[in-house]
Design a protein around this ligand. Structure first.
Ligand code: DC
Length: 226
């Protein structure tokens, strides 16, 4: 049977996981799976159904009905489909960040999505980013990286990103949102955000995107013989 390699990149919101995972997967010719987008899509479905983020029973009642598909275009970009509708852009709003964090705290949602994520790693060389990839989803990943940066640096990066998208935001609000999500993601009971014992921690506070990506690629190439 062909051996597929997996790289797990976990860390808090805004640490640069997705930019890193995208860059590095292109360099290695691996598929990049953004697992946060899957939780966001479930959150979007719940919002469409009018389920409140606090309504645990409602979320678990509807989870089996979520008709979710993941597709990749020719550039390797991941598209999220909900009942056949492309919701890739819609799931990026601040409201969907809140919905995603709420649904991600539910065991029924995490169970529902676990197999889907593992199947990917069984059939492809992948870089997967999220919060629990190295700890729960792929405990035997070939390489595990825990990416961090200070909350202030992450907030500044997010503000810049939003400004570039034409959506300027208040630094203090963005920082408060990041701190709230850090707390929620690392204090939830099920699959909280935490570094796997065998993950390599990389703090990118002092590094730019290219320096961080180069460092990650080096860590991977030292561990996988490509
Ligand atoms: O990475 P992101 O901001 O798109 O993630 C959205 C939310 O989903 C975030 O609050 C944490 C949650 N999440 C998770 O619990 N486990 C994952 N593997 C990925 C994301």
């Amino acid at each position: 049977m062909e051996k597929f390699y997996s790289v797990a990149i976990d860390g808090p919101a805004g640490a640069g996981k997705s930019s890193m995972a995208r860059k590095v997967s292109q360099r290695l010719h691996f598929l990049y799976l953004d697992t946060g987008a899957i939780y966001r899509t479930v959150g979007y479905q719940m919002a469409l159904l009018g389920v409140s983020p606090k309504d645990t029973d409602g979320i678990c009642k509807y989870i089996d009905e979520v008709n979710l598909q993941i597709q990749f275009d020719e550039t390797g970009r991941q598209h999220m489909l909900l009942s056949g509708m492309d919701v890739t852009e819609q799931i990026r709003s601040p409201q969907m960040s809140i919905m995603a964090s709420a649904v991600a705290a539910q065991g029924c949602v995490r169970d529902y999505l676990l197999d889907m994520q593992r199947q990917f790693a069984q059939n492809h060389n992948v870089v997967m980013d999220g919060r629990d990839i190295g700890t729960v989803v792929l405990p035997h990943a070939d390489v595990k990286i825990f990416l961090t940066a200070s909350a202030e640096v992450r907030a500044r990066r997010r503000c810049k990103e939003l400004l570039e998208k034409g959506q300027p935001a208040e630094y203090a609000e963005v920082l408060a949102d990041i701190e709230r999500r850090d707390w929620a993601d690392s204090h939830r009971q099920i699959a909280p955000l935490k570094k796997a014992d065998d993950a390599i921690e990389l703090d990118t506070s002092e590094l730019d995107i290219d320096q961080s990506a180069a460092k990650i690629e080096q860590i991977i190439r030292e561990r996988i013989d490509l």
